[in-house]
Design a protein around this ligand. Sequence first.
Ligand SMILES: *[C@@H]1O[C@H](CO)[C@@H](O)[C@H](O)[C@H]1NC(C)=O
Ligand SMILES: *[C@@H]1O[C@H](CO)[C@@H](O)[C@H](O)[C@H]1NC(C)=O
Ligand SMILES: *[C@@H]1O[C@H](CO)[C@@H](O)[C@H](O)[C@H]1NC(C)=O
Length: 505
Amino acid sequence: TGWIAGWLSFCLSVRLLASYVSVTFLFVSFMPVNLSSHKLPSRMNGDFTNMAVHIDHKVEASFNMVNEKEKDKNLIGTKMATKVSQQVSSRSKLEALFSHPLYNLPRPHLLEDDWLLKLKPKQSDSEEDAYDRANWTRSAETHPAWLRYHLGISRWELYDRKDPSVAEVTQQMATQRILSAVQKSGGTQLKLIMSFPNYGQALLKPMRQERDAETDFNLFYFSDFERHNAEIAAFHLDRVLGFCRIPPVVGRLINVTTEIRAITTDHKLSRTFFTSPVGNLCFHGQCEYYCSTENPVCGRPQVLEVSLASMLPDLSLAPRRSWRSPWRRSYSRTKLAPWEKNPDYCDTVKQTPPYSQGTRLVDLIDMVILDFLMSNMDRHHYETFEKFGNDTFLLHLDNGRAFGRHSVDEPSILVPLRQCCRIRRSTLMRLRLLSLPGFRLSDVMRESLSQDPLESVAPLLSVQHLAVLDRRLKTILQAVHTCLEHHDDVIHDDLQGYDVNLYRH
Ligand SMILES: *[C@@H]1O[C@H](CO)[C@@H](O)[C@H](O)[C@H]1NC(C)=O
Ligand SMILES: *[C@@H]1O[C@H](CO)[C@@H](O)[C@H](O)[C@H]1NC(C)=O
Ligand SMILES: *[C@@H]1O[C@H](CO)[C@@H](O)[C@H](O)[C@H]1NC(C)=O
């Protein structure tokens, strides 16, 4: 909810930095592809590089500190670690998964229009003197990682799993100095936009409840708190499923005093800080739900766990379209949604554009599978990049209400799969792979999540939440099996023309 409104208001509210960022951006979009005679405006390039060099030193310094501390910990932990590593097979399941042919399908041939952003040739030569001698290409080392990640967005995926700039973006969000923190207005719950010295930005969601607190059964799902660990785990799950449709998210411990209160220029936010009776520094911001003294976000006493999600390209450069899900829930306490009344509901959807053509329907089913696994009931809308029209992947944004319950599954989330009985072959084959003991969804998820910095504080998903992943995967495969028994057009064959034997397991 509120992504678009948020983006717009963010553009208005983060005056100075935002203008800088979008200028940089627009600017980049007019840069020549590998033309050494065209130069960047030197003032801007100068600022940019100096800043970047400046933080690089800081980041490096803070890394060294971390490494020193890690050494001590490692010494203490060596005995235990040896024990554990003897139990784990020599090869990591996650590595084995990602080197399986199903995770290395040939990428579709991409034409120029299949990239979201591109470096446009400069239009006139008159400004030549103002440009610096740099070759700004798609993979140029001169770009900050977030920009390389943006330039890698294509029609069929948000990022390439093997693109090193994605790992770099995540690492930078987790370690770079935070320059500014302002509220993202427009959303229902409190979120902050954090800015970094290399002009990168991230969307912050704070920890608001214990990780294992299950959603109150008497709450409507849309009243649930958003969870920082759900945002992080959703990114990992989406990647493990082979989708790559969630912007990179990472966890971080921040100092509420120095990294929010002291640097914020947002007066509405700074007015809401207070010290709790036990001496913790708290704030609540201003928003529709839970922004009150009764629902504060609190450090312990100043340290706060948060999730940081990388931003998508500014809407002025890459507008997005929001689509209402055909299986959206009824927000009324008494009325049923159309899909709840009509078991043949999907027959109508299948005949309605854009679901009647291309891959939209199976893309939606992919999203349903992701949501069922993490029990996300909050997917009333989804977004696509406008530039790609109807033939493009779906962004899986805003996953803060996932992973709320492990004691029950939510069958209604899987209704689109049961009603439509359509699934991509590659998705089905990856799900089957993940159900095998040699890979096992819960195991690869645990391993994937272990890469996040917050894992050192506490596991991002509890044992119960991990275990339900395997149970829910079984349910999905059973649903597909039932479909296969009753229909003959279940499989959308996206592996046509490939040697399918290569992908069997
Ligand atoms: C830019 O690219 C051109 C052609 O590939 C090359 O000759 C030139 O040395 C490059 N300039 C810089 C600054 O790397
Ligand atoms: C957070 O910042 C304050 C103010 O600089 C400092 O006194 C405190 O020690 C910091 N807390 C941690 C855990 O680093
Ligand atoms: C895309 O889908 C919409 C339906 O929402 C339809 O009106 C439009 O014609 C479609 N565009 C193309 C190019 O098929």
